[in-house]
Ligand binder design. Structure first.
Ligand SMILES: CC(C)(COP(=O)(O)OP(=O)(O)OC[C@H]1O[C@@H](n2cnc3c(N)ncnc32)[C@H](O)[C@@H]1OP(=O)(O)O)[C@@H](O)C(=O)NCCC(=O)NCCS
Length: 169
């Protein structure tokens, strides 16, 4: 992985992707969330992907896989047409626009399906990323995972205006 000269690709999730997405999720949590959560908290968060319900969540949502040179490097999932259930990028591919591309695709999908809003339970690591995309914080949550407690923020973005009208001319 690392810096790639190729543009990332995007495709729908396939059941055969599960192992690669578990790896991306766990590496992303352990490395990219390091400044915001303790090691014990990140381990508890990463362990979610060891449960068989993880594959089910990926399959039940509208899950998109980002690829670099054909290999999965990130993924995002839209649940019930209005909730961003996952947005994770492998640390070796972070900072190259993969997360932004995944998010844009999820927002387009939600708009195409008539959603009037998008919500996300944003990690402290991703909160600014979502603020930069028009989300506003609604409430702070404290989640119990194993022996650990993790905080996140439910955020919302209204999707009422057509995308083009929101852009400054
Ligand atoms: C949040 C995350 C998905 C961003 O992915 P990424 O591919 O690195 O992001 P991009 O390279 O597309 O960056 C897009 C923009 O967001 C900014 N950005 C990326 N990560 C950011 C972060 N953690 N905090 C603030 N800004 C961030 C970038 O600077 C960039 O800004 P620009 O458009 O002005 O240049 C990634 O950091 C990640 O997987 N984090 C850990 C898992 C996590 O917390 N997921 C969210 C669960 S709700």
């Amino acid at each position: 992985m690392g810096q790639s000269s190729q543009k990332p690709g995007l495709r729908p999730f396939l059941p055969a992707d599960v192992a690669a997405l578990v790896e991306i999720y766990q590496a992303s949590v352990m490395e990219l969330a390091e400044e915001d959560y303790s090691e014990a908290q990140r381990s508890a968060w990463a362990e979610i992907a060891d449960d068989e319900s993880f594959a089910r969540r990926l399959a039940e949502g509208l899950t998109l896989v980002a690829t670099l040179e054909g290999s999965p490097v990130g993924f995002a999932s839209l649940k019930n047409n209005e909730h961003v259930d996952f947005l994770y990028v492998h640390p070796e591919a972070a900072g190259q626009g993969v997360g932004a591309m995944l998010y844009d695709a999820v927002e387009k999908l939600a708009r195409a399906r008539g959603a009037s809003r998008l919500t996300v339970d944003a990690s402290d690591t991703a909160r600014l990323f979502f603020e930069q995309r028009g989300f506003t914080p609604q409430r702070r949550n404290t989640i119990s995972l194993g022996d650990e407690w993790l905080a996140n923020t439910t955020m919302e973005k209204r999707l009422t205006a057509p995308e083009d009208e929101r852009r400054p001319s």
